[in-house]
Design a protein around this ligand. Structure first.
Ligand code: SIN
Length: 198
C-alpha cells in the first residue's frame, strides 16, 4: 500500500500527516476538549513534570483571587502522561486565547502511545517568569487554596478533580495531583463532619 492509500485509510505515519500539528495536553486540555481535532491519543513527554504552580486569573480564579492550576516544570528523566491531539493550524488561535494567562507555546517530542511513534508537537507551558506564576507551596495550603478559588470557568476544585479522574483513566499515577486531590477531599469531609461547627 502506498502513502496515498495509507493516508486515505488514516494509516499514514503521524509525522507525514499534512496541514496539521500535534498538541500535547497535560491539564485541562485532557478533559475539556472545546476544539475540533483530527486525531486524539494517549501520549507521553520526557523531561517534564506536572505541578499546580500556575495562577489562574481568567478560568479558575480572578486577578484579585487567582486559582491554582497545572503547568509543567523541567525535570530530567521524568515522564509525563497526557493526551495528544492532531489539530489543524487554525485551532491554535483558539488555544492561544484559552491559554493566554501566562502559557507559551513550546516545541516538544511527543510519544504517541497507540501508534508507538514519536512526533514533534506543541505544548503550552507557563514558565517561572510569567506574572501569574505562583510556584510551590505547602501541600495543605495548596489544597485549601484550590478549595477556596473560583473563576469564570468554574470552581478550582472541579479542575483538580476532573484532572485527577482523567489521569486515573489514562493510567497515570501522578503523586502530586493525587495528593492534592486527597487533601482537598479530606478537608471537605472535615468541613461536613458533625461537630465541625460549620
Ligand atoms: C494543558 O492542559 O495542557 C495546559 C494547561 C491547562 O490548560 O490546564
Amino acid at each position: 500500500m502506498d502513502l496515498q492509500q495509507r493516508r486515505h485509510r488514516g494509516q499514514a505515519p503521524a509525522h507525514e500527516l499534512p496541514m496539521s500539528d500535534w498538541v500535547f495536553g497535560y491539564g485541562s486540555l485532557i478533559y475539556k476538549v472545546d476544539f475540533p481535532y483530527l486525531d486524539r491519543e494517549p501520549a507521553e513527554i520526557v523531561g517534564w513534570t506536572r505541578r499546580f504552580w500556575q495562577g489562574s486569573h481568567d478560568h479558575r480564579g480572578t486577578p484579585e483571587a487567582p486559582g491554582r492550576v497545572a503547568t509543567l516544570v523541567p525535570e530530567p528523566g521524568r515522564v509525563c502522561r497526557g493526551v495528544a491531539y492532531r489539530v489543524e493550524h487554525s485551532v491554535f488561535e483558539h488555544l492561544d486565547h484559552r491559554e493566554k494567562n501566562g502559557y507559551e507555546r513550546h516545541r516538544v517530542a511527543i510519544d504517541l502511545l497507540e501508534r508507538g511513534e514519536s512526533v514533534s508537537g506543541t505544548l503550552y507551558v507557563a514558565g517561572r517568569d510569567n506574572p501569574a506564576f505562583l510556584g510551590p507551596a505547602d501541600a495543605e495550603a495548596m489544597a485549601q487554596h484550590i478549595l477556596d478559588a473560583r473563576g469564570p470557568s468554574g470552581d478550582n476544585l472541579e479542575y483538580l478533580l476532573r484532572l485527577a479522574g482523567a489521569l486515573r483513566e489514562l493510567g497515570e499515577n501522578d503523586e502530586h495531583v493525587f495528593d492534592l486531590e486527597q487533601r482537598a477531599k479530606a478537608r471537605i469531609r472535615q468541613r461536613c463532619s458533625p461537630g465541625s461547627g460549620r
